[in-house]
Design a protein around this ligand. Sequence first.
Ligand code: GLN
Length: 303
Amino acid sequence: MNYQDLLYTAMRDARPAIGQGRVADYIPALAAADPQAFGMALATVSGEVYGVGDWERPFSIQSISKVFSLALVLAHGGDYLWKRVGREPSGNPFNSLIQLEAEGGIPRNPFINAGALVVTDRLQTLTGDAGITVRDFLRREAGSPALDTDRNVAFSEAVNGHRNAALAHFMASCDNLENPVDTVLAQYYAQCALSASCRDLALAGLFLARHGVLADGSRLLSGSEAKKVNATLLTCGTYDAAGEFAYRVGLPGKSGVGGGILAIVPGRAALCAWSPGLDSAGNSMAAVAALDAFTTHSGLSVF
Ligand code: GLN
């Protein structure tokens, strides 16, 4: 498999989609992102890393952080968490309020905002600092000691985060938060506002391709738990477009409104594609197109 050639082909096929869609502007600090930026990286379980375009340029990882916080909580055991958050696709936007009330404050899955707030709350209880725990995990797995939260983005999210605050307060009213709402929100923004490159994220997601094993050979998750995270990514990782993403790409994947998408080829590789222009579901148009092209040309998908 010539991965470098496949990445060039994917970038070529995605080119018409670069600059398409809208850069997220409900978080004002993200509105300045360059709509023409595009990068893609692939890291293999045998230790090779490939990249094209802006693959080493940091961007705001946003909801891709939800993969790492979930895995870090599940490493402590999932039984309690799964009583507080479901694992069904939501069929609703990632920041929807309506379903949460109808379902008594139990979010549909860990990858919509409400679910991620519950996961962050649990990680905060378990570690005392959820944001730093996610940051340090990324630093270690990517081998990037300078990787950090962009304080400007975190601040911008906090002052404009009325929907997230509403979700968190509603869940607190249902006794589904253990920590104060302000603490949970601050920790959630600290992890969403991490800046990392496609290279960093492909390396950091590789444990899911290695069936739960980290870069240093130690185990974060059992093979069975890693399978469950990948299954949940496939069904819920791209919100109400998860069906379309599975149809086009055929891999477990997690998007963020910074324009990145992390995708896992179990047993082989982790990929990250990035371009800031989003479709109406909040998924990067060029990143989906590039991953679609990659799996179409390589035949590497879970199906
Ligand atoms: N931090 C963003 C928010 O809370 C994350 C959303 C996303 O990437 N889909 O709205």
